[in-house]
Design a protein around this ligand. Structure first.
Ligand SMILES: *Cc1c(COP(=O)(O)O)cnc(C)c1O
Length: 434
């Protein structure tokens, strides 16, 4: 093992050489150095604002649902490491991939039968789009190659996903004109439990009808829009999309990369609507936050359509497709989730967040407080001062990573009452400081 880097040296090298998400180069704001992580806690190399460790209020961007350094996931990784970390997937197969694919077919909404194991969420969306466009080309409708989505969405950072991210509020507005031009509906009216707006539903149907000849698919995040604005909407609109897509011959892609594996209180958010999409993307929590892996599932109709085409194969095959190490950990993570009473765990977190975030509603500058499943959001009426909010949360012993006008948290499902209360206090403190 090399000598550990002194924290100052590490930060200097980091600033000079290492890109961070949505970051400038060289870096302007020093990140915190994490030395290790266990349970719900990140251990820092050096204390930050008095804290030596921080409760992770972010689950490392929705992924670490079981917390860090979990003995079951560690054992799965170690066991697989002893066999093989990776082999190519062309012409070869292995138990971790087959087991995982079969389990995903069992646990996702009925009707999805075929699984493409991709290496990140964005790539799984690329694959979903390719499946849909190729389906229509194969069945003799090559002009159907545009996508429709609603505003406020987020589907990843590679090129096709960027084209269906929110074109204004999102992080990819810079590329308008360079990206493929997709069809945008207004953002769905807010509120998970709000009475569905019939006028909005009619406009959605009309837009799909009007563009049906050129639409390959509608792609949305069901029920919760994540990085596009942390907004919740009625499952009724997902049903409207399913009906309109069926009526007008358009495929429906649901992106559950953030919402999958219990986060919204159902195993998949599509279950709130009772809808099976033609294509489903999962990722993030798939490996319990251990390794990068995502999956694109589709129905037999989509797969058979592609197979009947002039080019009867799906021409996609990442080098690290179906990585055995990631697949083994993913299977262990899904089994761990299903073997426990995850509904109660998520329900307990929902109750804790409702209680913990309620005081924020009284604070000046707070526009909205909302909770659904193990997701809590405090929306301000101004841009968050990220440095001030981060500092205020760390003083409460909690790691938060706000963006735009949003302070939000989606804790690991193992977070206990005391730590939940601290997360609530930290979000309120951050709201006050931001
Ligand atoms: C995070 C996310 C993606 C992109 O996944 P990556 O693994 O970051 O490429 C796509 N869609 C949604 C809904 C996401 O939350």
């Amino acid at each position: 093992m090399p000598e550990p880097l002194a924290p100052d040296r590490l930060l200097e090298l980091d600033r000079r050489h290492v890109w961070h998400p949505y970051g400038p180069m060289p870096g302007r704001q020093d990140p915190l150095v994490v030395e290790s992580a266990a349970g719900v806690r990140l251990r820092l190399a050096e204390p930050a604002w008095g804290a030596e460790e921080l409760i992770d209020g972010m689950s490392s961007w929705w992924s670490a649902i079981h917390g860090y350094n979990h003995p079951v996931l560690n054992a799965a990784a170690r066991e697989q490491l002893g066999r093989m970390s990776h082999v190519m997937f062309g012409g070869l197969t292995h138990e971790p991939a087959v087991r995982l694919a079969a389990r995903l077919v069992e646990t996702t909404p009925a009707g999805l039968e075929h699984v493409f194991l991709a290496d990140s969420g964005s790539v799984s969306v690329e694959v979903a789009v390719k499946m849909c466009l190729q389906y229509w080309r194969s069945v003799g409708r090559p002009r159907k190659r545009r996508l429709l989505t609603w505003r406020g969405g987020y589907h990843g950072d590679t090129w096709q996903p960027m084209s269906v991210c929110d074109p204004e509020g999102g992080m990819h507005g810079l590329w308008q004109g360079a990206l493929p031009r997709q069809v945008f509906a207004d953002a769905p009216p807010a509120g998970f439990a709000a009475e569905p707006d019939a006028g909005y539903a009619d406009r959605l149907r009309a837009l799909i009808a009007r563009h049906a000849d050129e639409l390959a698919a509608v792609i949305v995040e069901p029920v919760v829009q994540g990085a596009g604005g942390m907004r919740f909407h009625s499952p009724a609109y997902v049903r409207v999309l399913r009906e309109a897509c069926d009526e007008h011959g358009v495929l429906l892609v649901l992106d559950e990369i953030a919402t999958g594996f219990g986060r919204t209180g159902r195993l998949f958010a599509a279950e709130h609507a009772g809808v099976t999409p033609d294509v489903l993307c999962v990722g993030k929590a798939l490996t319990g936050g251990y390794l990068t892996m995502a999956a694109t599932l589709c129905t037999p109709r989509v797969a058979e359509g592609i197979s009947r085409g002039e080019v009867p194969v799906l021409a996609h095959g990442p080098t690290f497709m179906a990585n055995p190490l990631a697949a083994a950990v993913a299977s262990a993570s899904v089994e761990l989730l299903l073997a426990q009473d995850w509904r109660s765990a998520v329900g307990r977190i929902e109750a804790g967040l409702r209680a913990g975030l309620a005081p924020a509603a009284e604070l000046p500058g707070v526009r909205d407080v909302r909770v659904l499943g193990a997701i809590g959001v405090v929306q301000l009426d101004h841009e968050v001062d990220v440095a001030a909010a981060t500092r205020a949360a760390a003083r409460e012993g909690v790691w938060l990573r706000p963006f735009r006008d949003l302070l939000y948290t989606m804790p690991p499902y193992i977070t206990d009452e005391r730590d939940l209360a601290r997360i609530g206090a930290a979000v309120c403190a951050a709201a006050q400081a931001a």
